[in-house]
Write a protein that binds this ligand. Structure first.
Ligand code: NDP
Length: 279
């Protein structure tokens, strides 16, 4: 029997990238899935890809909406309960490095960018978790938050608000994990490194800029020791592992990095000591 048979999952941000890949994987492995995003066309594409895996259409619930709005949050929960009767797995994946309206970075970023960043990457997760919690307690289910390596003990001044929102999300993961394990619910997070998705495009970066950046990262071991860019499936597999109770039941409240080694490189170690000394 497929490992997620009889499980119901909501995956936010499943109209693209990591969320789409996760929805396909969970549905292929037997879950009934609620998929969602603002872009109806891209969400339809996710549906098509799920159906192409042989998943029956009645196993998919599509909700077009902005996850930062109460209307969309309520529709996600209500339509899932109406269609599937329960919630076992919540993947809080929707997120972005919300661009500044003026293109500013760092300290110059407008405070409105801070508000929009936190509304998406943190507030919507808090709201959706609150709304889904009683249902997930009933099924003794799983919550997986999609964070980022930028949340760690490094500085990312260009993306300060983004990094702050993900650091707060990690803290939220730990706190809700401790509270909800009392009820048999596990909460964990995945912290991806560089993954080829619509992420850069969503920041407003033209396609060729994204490609240039990816090429640079993949050819510099100080950026990416594995020299292999992450694909959405690499993160979807980790999310599925954390959603799979028999496989991962002893992991509670962790923030698990999947980054091809990026966070292992300390700036000082990225330089070739022999080269420095030979000059
Ligand atoms: P994508 O841009 O490919 O996907 C983001 C998804 O989030 C889309 O489905 C998008 O849907 C959805 N989304 C964004 N804003 C909203 C909103 N206001 N309401 C509803 N849905 C929304 O990027 P990724 O797949 O890379 O991003 C997924 C998660 O992974 C994010 O939380 C991101 O921060 C995190 N991450 C990504 C990394 C990477 O290198 N790619 C690295 C580290 C973390 P739509 O546009 O249709 O609304």
């Amino acid at each position: 029997m497929p490992r997620f048979s009889n499980k119901v999952a909501i995956i936010t941000g499943s109209s693209n990238g990591i969320g789409r890949s996760t929805a396909i994987l969970l549905a292929k492995d037997g879950a009934k899935v609620t998929i969602t995003g603002r872009n109806a066309e891209r969400l339809e594409q996710t549906l098509k890809l799920i159906l192409a895996e042989g998943v029956p259409e009645e196993n998919v619930n599509s909700v077009v909406g902005d996850v930062t709005t109460v209307t969309a949050q309520d529709e996600l929960i209500d339509s899932t309960i109406k269609k599937f009767g329960k919630i076992d797995i919540l993947v809080n994946n929707a997120g972005s490095a919300v661009p500044d309206a003026t293109g500013a970075q760092g300290l110059a970023q407008d405070i409105d960018t801070y508000d929009r960043m936190f509304a998406l990457n943190l507030r919507s997760v808090v709201q959706l978790t609150k709304k889904a919690k009683d249902y997930i307690i009933q099924t003794k289910g799983e919550i997986i938050n999609v964070s980022s390596i930028v949340s760690g003990a490094h500085g990312f001044p260009d993306s300060s608000f983004y990094a702050m929102s993900k650091a707060a999300l990690d803290s939220y993961t730990r706190n809700t994990a401790l509270e909800l394990i009392e009820h048999g619910v596990r909460v964990n997070a995945v912290n991806p490194g560089i993954v080829v998705t619509g992420f850069l495009e969503a920041t407003g970066a033209p396609k060729q800029i994204g490609e240039k950046l990816y090429d640079y990262f993949a050819s510099h071991k100080a950026c990416l020791p594995s020299k292999e860019l992450g694909q959405p499936e690499d993160i979807a597999n980790l999310i599925a592992f954390l959603a799979d109770r028999p496989l991962s039941k002893y992991i509670i409240g962790q923030t698990i990095v999947a980054d091809g080694g990026t966070t292992l490189v300390l700036g000082i170690g990225a330089h070739n000591i022999a080269d420095i000394l030979s000059k």
